[in-house]
Design a protein around this ligand. Sequence first.
Ligand code: 13P
Ligand code: SF4
Length: 327
Amino acid sequence: MTDTETLREQILTLKKKRNAIILAHNYQRDEVQDIADYRGDSLELSRIAADVDCDVIVFCGVNFMAESASILSPHKTVLLPEISAGCPMADMIKVSGSRELKNYFPGYDYTGGYKYPADFTLRDIKKLHPGVPVVTYVNTTADVKAESDICCTSANAVKIVESLDTDSVICVPDRNLSAWIAYNTDKEVITWDGFCHVHDRVTAQDVDKVKEEHPDALVLAHPECRMEVLEKADHVTSTSGMLRYARASDVKEFVIGTETGLLYKLREDSPNKKFYPLRKDMICPNMKKTTLKSVLHVLETMENEVRVDEKIRVLAKKSLDRMLAVR
Ligand code: 13P
Ligand code: SF4
């Protein structure tokens, strides 16, 4: 037996013993996706976490995803195999205090893109726009969700904004997702200045170049990319939206404008189609931290449990529940 096969067997045995379910985001390493009971985008995994019958959820993803699972299912034990797997975008908005305004991608200056000073908080933007509902991307910490009116994901953001009965909304923290929402709604969208360093690095020139290399391919882009990229894309959607679109399409070649982990499932689903990354360096280091070893480790030790303070959990759950109620 190879090392991978041995690890898989050990994980499967322990999973049964613990009555555990393994959830994996579409960006996880191939071998981690293979061991999962369910794979999906943030919205799908939130719904599964809320509904699945088990005692333990091993969440192969980043911190905010495990936190959401624990918020929705407080009676289950939610384990994050790599406790340091965070989402830098989630750290770009705070309820109070200061955030770090840093460059995430060497050689590319993001700092010019920050609109607000480091000590400007969610509470400050709410004060500036009293009565305007806050729509919070799930890529945030629990306390930010707790101070929001409703959550959204990349799969339902426009629908969530449209479901509100106000003319203005505050959308946090992703400036690119907010721009995409604004492009698709008549409502005024008040934006924050966060971004995903994996998607924000892609430029319109990158799209032009890849289109020249693959003239027959359709370009699918995630709404965390900049508007200049989204305007040139053939279809803009969440990670699982890309899986569905590519599966259903008669087209045989696609350029994929999101984290390269998605290519594994795209190729598995449609072995006769060709998939090219929009940029080869669209890799989220935090998503790649989880390994079969770390999955086995948490199942053995039950370490790295993710729990949220009860007061915050109850408020954050309201924002998540409101989102899940919008179909
Ligand atoms: P999806 O919800 O589309 O899977 O995206 C999550 C994410 O973190 C994108 O970077
Ligand atoms: Fe966060 Fe971007 Fe990684 Fe998604 S890909 S988890 S938004 S840093």
